[in-house]
Design a protein around this ligand. Structure first.
Ligand code: HEC
Ligand code: HEC
Ligand code: HEC
Ligand code: HEC
Ligand code: HEC
Ligand code: HEC
Ligand code: HEC
Ligand code: HEC
Ligand code: HEC
Ligand code: HEC
Length: 334
């Protein structure tokens, strides 16, 4: 037997000893990482046991100290390099800017001395991993809100997204740049929202749609994803205020107002996309006759009636359906 072989065997024995020691330590209850949700564990005693270790782990992580990002970078070189290119990552390099806080690893992941002491590892002593299903959304959002609760996030608490446990990181990817701006989870905003709102995405493929697919409009033209004082997360004070931003000529004032227009554009339009022209919810004359008595004007198909049903239908004559400023425009004819 050659000397090198002997040496190798000795090495293997050492490795085995070290591994055994580590295993002993783990069995001794200092596995800090059991963060699996309790629901996955078998019932009764086992569940209770896993709860205690989970509680212990959390207590351990919670009592951890800040160690600074130098420690992290040593083991997480790739992650740190990608992060350094993001807007938040850039606060770590370069000179300090007044009013701009440094956002280091532990600002988001929490104090991580327990993780470092454990030699790193998945599920080991990290307070907020941001993995879905590991922590509650409220826990994941907490570090972000510490710095970002003002401005647009004023209405975050109890917004439709907050109350349905959507977390910041459902829409934001923070360890690397995926989108051009705003650290979004997908390259475009519409894709980001479409992760969950598939119906809206489908609507944008209908023949009448606002140019979302073409990149000219996006969800946040009308919606405030972080919450708003208006229902349906709308940006303006009402549906109409939203629409007037880009269609100001519809605001009026008109000498003759058409009541349903003032009330809400959605009386006749479906802004996300429809199969009818002009984003109309239904075809004319049905649209108009959903409110106006059919008997007033004929609208059954037939030679004499074509002007009431063909082409623009009622709008063949009532062309100023959004309101009229003509002195004799009371029937929106001019
Ligand atoms: C001794 C090396 C080492 C050090 C130091 C270290 N880590 Fe880790 N860390 C690891 C390893 C290994 C993993 C597991 C990676 C995997 O499974 O893909 C990990 C995982 C993580 C995870 C994912 C945890 C999970 O459960 O998903 C986060 C977040 C993390 N580290 C953050 C940090 C931060 C912040 C610091 C600095 C305070 C740090 N790490 C320091 C080695 C280290
Ligand atoms: C602004 C908050 C934030 C900061 C700052 C931050 N992280 Fe993360 N980290 C996250 C989020 C969110 C995830 C979940 C995955 C994702 O969004 O990319 C994550 C995931 C991770 C993971 C596991 C997944 C992976 O990419 O391997 C590691 C490791 C990690 N971070 C290390 C670090 C290190 C090291 C630093 C400092 C250089 C750091 N993080 C700074 C928010 C942050
Ligand atoms: C439903 C998706 C969604 C969720 C959830 C979300 N965001 Fe955003 N966030 C966006 C979009 C979209 C933008 C870009 C806004 C724009 O285009 O005007 C943005 C922009 C931002 C910005 C940069 C612009 C600004 O307002 O300063 C910050 C900071 C931000 N979000 C923080 C957060 C925080 C913190 C949370 C969690 C409390 C969160 N976001 C949750 C979608 C989301
Ligand atoms: C320690 C404070 C701090 C924490 C914690 C923090 N941020 Fe930030 N964030 C900042 C600062 C500062 C900037 C702006 C940097 C600048 O303007 O150069 C920023 C920028 C952003 C932006 C805009 C990025 C862009 O490219 O336009 C988003 C989105 C954002 N943060 C989301 C989050 C989310 C989500 C979390 C939680 C996972 C979080 N932040 C945690 C301080 C923080
Ligand atoms: C992680 C999944 C998820 C993502 C991503 C997401 N949403 Fe939502 N959104 C929800 C859930 C869940 C609800 C609540 C639905 C309900 O209660 O019926 C909701 C509700 C809404 C509502 C209706 C609010 C109300 O009061 O009824 C609007 C508007 C909305 N989201 C817009 C957006 C926009 C814009 C984006 C992209 C910036 C986005 N969402 C991204 C999950 C998501
Ligand atoms: C042109 C303005 C506009 C744009 C752009 C827009 N929405 Fe809306 N959205 C509205 C209005 C107005 C309502 C309220 C409809 C109502 O009250 O009948 C609404 C309602 C919603 C609702 C709630 C539906 C319900 O009945 O509860 C969701 C979810 C939603 N939008 C998601 C999106 C998503 C995702 C995008 C981007 C793909 C988007 N919206 C783009 C105007 C818009
Ligand atoms: C961010 C700007 C913006 C907002 C806000 C906006 N729109 Fe539009 N809208 C557009 C653009 C751009 C077009 C396409 C114009 C074109 O093709 O000439 C359009 C087209 C339309 C059309 C005609 C569609 C067709 O098929 O010809 C209708 C109807 C419409 N919008 C209704 C609304 C309603 C209702 C609202 C409010 C819920 C609204 N818009 C809010 C930008 C906007
Ligand atoms: C009573 C039903 C009704 C209501 C309510 C309504 N519209 Fe319309 N809208 C129509 C009809 C019908 C057309 C098609 C016009 C045509 O064929 O000439 C149309 C067309 C449009 C167009 C595209 C053509 C143009 O005139 O520029 C825009 C933009 C538009 N509407 C915006 C709005 C906005 C913004 C509101 C809310 C302030 C609104 N509409 C409310 C019925 C309505
Ligand atoms: C959501 C219900 C609704 C829809 C849809 C609707 N209208 Fe109206 N319309 C009204 C109301 C309410 C009035 C006001 C009636 C009043 O003042 O007595 C009105 C008034 C009118 C008037 C003036 C009548 C008068 O007596 O002064 C005309 C003309 C008219 N609408 C045509 C149309 C046409 C054409 C359409 C289809 C593009 C349409 N309407 C769709 C509710 C609606
Ligand atoms: C050929 C032209 C023409 C067409 C097409 C037409 N209208 Fe009229 N409509 C008129 C005229 C003209 C008046 C005014 C009647 C009057 O002076 O008494 C009127 C009046 C009305 C009024 C108010 C009537 C009242 O007495 O209060 C309503 C509502 C109305 N039209 C709805 C419709 C609807 C809905 C359609 C589509 C099915 C339609 N119109 C198609 C010409 C037309």
């Amino acid at each position: 037997m050659g000397a090198t072989q002997k040496h190798q065997r000795k090495g293997k024995q050492m490795v085995f000893l070290v591994l055994a020691f580590v295993a002993l330590l783990a069995a001794g209850g200092c596995s800090s990482g059991d963060r699996a949700p309790a629901a996955k564990a078998p019932p009764a005693a086992a569940a209770a046991a896993s709860r205690t270790t989970a509680t212990q782990a959390r207590a351990q992580a919670a009592s951890a100290q800040y160690v600074g990002d130098r420690a992290c970078i040593a083991c997480h070189k790739d992650a740190a390099e990608k992060y350094a290119k993001t807007l938040m990552g850039k606060t770590l390099s370069g000179p300090a800017r007044p009013g701009v806080q440094r956002v280091d690893c532990e600002s988001c992941h929490g104090p991580a001395s327990a993780h470092v002491a454990a030699g790193g590892g998945k599920g080991k002593g990290i307070l907020v991993t941001f993995r879905s299903g590991i922590e509650l959304a409220a826990v994941q959002n907490q570090p972000c809100l510490k710095c970002h609760e003002s401005d647009e996030r004023r209405y975050w608490k109890s917004s439709a997204h907050d109350s349905r446990d959507v977390s910041c990181v459902s829409c934001h990817k923070l360890m690397e740049n995926v989108s051009d701006r705003f650290a979004l989870a997908k390259p475009t905003q519409n894709d980001t929202c479409a992760q969950c709102h598939l119906v809206r995405k489908a609507q944008s493929f209908r023949n009448a749609h606002m140019a979302a697919r073409e990149g000219a409009t996006q969800c946040s033209n009308c919606h405030a994803p972080h919450g708003s004082p208006t229902e349906k997360l709308l940006k303006g004070n009402s549906v109409n205020e939203n629409c007037y931003n880009c269609h100001p000529e519809k605001r009026g004032p008109f000498i003759f107002e058409h009541a349903p227009v003032r009330e809400s554009c959605t009386n006749c339009h479906e802004p996300h996309g429809t199969l009818n022209d002009n984003l109309l919810k239904m075809r004319r004359p049905r649209l108009c006759q959903s409110c106006h008595v059919e008997g007033r004007h004929p609208s059954s198909a037939g030679l004499a009636n074509t002007v009431y049903t063909f082409g623009a239908s009622c709008l063949n004559c009532h062309s100023r359906v959004h309101g009229s400023n003509h002195p004799s425009g009371n029937f929106f004819l001019r």
